[in-house]
Design a protein around this ligand. Structure first.
Ligand code: ADP
Ligand code: MG
Length: 269
C-alpha cells in the first residue's frame, strides 16, 4: 500500500508546543527579539499576555531553548500552586539545592544570598493567571530583589483585567502582547509549516480564497488553525484512501474546509 499523501501534512498541525516546530513570522520575530533583549536587561518582570492560542507557550519554550545553553533558565509550563513546593522547586532548579526542611518565602530569600550566578537566573512562568495574588506578590518581591528575573505569561481575554491588577500596575517593566495572525500571516504560517516538512505541493494547494475561509473561521488563532487543518487533512486522507477520484489535487475546496470546521466545532450545523 502506498503512503497516504495527506498523513504527513496532517501531523504538521498537531497542536504541540515544540520549539523545533517554531515558525518565523515577521511580527513574532520582532516580539521575540524584544523579549530576548528584555531578559538581558537588569529589569524586574516581563509580562507576556494574549488570548489562548496566540503562541505564548511556543514563545516561552523557544526562549527557554535559546537561553539555556548560555545561562541558568527555568521553565515552569504549569504553575506550582503550593507555596512550599514552588520554592522547593526553585531552589532545586535554580540553585541545585534540596532543602532539608520545609521551605517558605523567607527561607528561600536567605538562599538567594548564598548562591550567586554571574548572570541573573531567569524563570519563565507559563499559565501564570493560575497563581494566587499572594503568590504573585512573592514573585514580585523576588523580582524586586533582583536575585532572579521572571517572565510571566498570562491567558486573558481582556487586556484591561490584567493591567488593572495591582501587582502589574507599577511593577512590570515591560509587557508584551501576542495576537492572532492577520490573513497574510496566516497564509505564511500555513505555508511555512508545510514547507518545513517538504510538503511543497500541498502548500501550493492553498489559494487565497482558502486562506480567507480559514481566517474567517479561526480569526487567525494559531491553535484553532492547527485544529482545523489537522481535521482537514484527516478528511482528505480518508478520501484519498476510500474515494480518491473525488479529490482535486490542484487546490483545496472550501467545502472540505467547511466540513473540517463542522467537525472541530468551529461552525455548528
Ligand atoms: N511561532 C510559532 N511557530 C509555530 N507554531 C506556532 C507558533 N505560535 C503558535 N504556534 C502553534 O499554535 C499553537 C498554540 O500556541 P501556544 O503557544 O500553545 O498558545 P498559547 O500558549 O498562547 O495558548 C501551538 O500548539 C503551536 O503549534
Ligand atoms: Mg499556553
Amino acid at each position: 500500500m502506498r503512503n497516504n499523501l495527506f498523513d504527513k501534512p496532517k501531523d504538521v498541525f498537531l497542536d504541540l508546543v515544540d520549539p523545533k516546530e517554531y515558525v518565523q513570522l515577521e511580527r513574532i520575530a520582532t516580539i521575540y527579539q524584544s523579549l530576548s533583549e528584555s531578559v538581558k536587561k537588569p529589569l524586574k518582570m516581563i509580562l507576556l499576555y494574549g488570548k489562548p492560542g496566540t503562541g505564548k507557550s511556543m514563545l516561552l519554550s523557544k526562549l527557554y531553548k535559546d537561553l539555556s545553553s548560555a545561562q541558568k533558565v527555568v521553565l515552569y509550563q504549569s504553575p506550582i500552586l503550593d507555596d512550599s513546593e514552588f520554592f522547593r522547586s526553585l531552589a532545586k532548579d535554580v540553585y541545585q539545592f534540596t532543602p532539608d526542611n520545609d521551605i517558605n518565602f523567607t527561607t528561600f530569600m536567605t538562599l538567594t544570598d548564598k548562591f550567586i550566578h554571574s548572570t541573573v537566573p531567569i524563570v519563565l512562568l507559563d499559565e501564570a493567571q493560575l497563581y494566587s495574588d499572594s503568590q504573585m506578590e512573592k514573585i514580585r518581591l523576588l523580582s524586586d530583589s533582583r536575585k532572579m528575573k521572571f517572565v510571566v505569561s498570562l491567558h486573558k481575554t481582556e487586556k484591561e483585567d490584567i493591567i488593572a491588577k495591582e501587582h502589574f500596575q507599577t511593577r512590570i517593566w515591560e509587557s508584551i502582547e501576542l495576537m492572532n495572525a492577520s490573513p497574510e500571516e496566516l497564509k505564511i504560517y500555513i505555508q511555512k509549516k508545510l514547507m518545513k516538512v517538504n510538503c511543497f505541493d500541498i502548500a501550493n494547494m492553498f489559494n487565497d480564497k482558502n486562506i480567507k475561509t480559514i481566517f474567517a473561521l479561526t480569526e487567525g488563532n494559531y491553535r484553532d488553525t492547527n485544529k482545523l487543518l489537522y481535521t482537514l487533512f484527516q478528511i482528505l486522507s480518508w478520501y484519498e484512501e476510500n474515494q480518491p477520484t473525488k479529490i482535486n489535487y490542484a487546490t483545496i475546496s472550501n467545502k472540505s474546509i467547511e466540513m473540517a470546521a463542522l467537525h472541530t466545532g468551529l461552525i455548528h450545523a
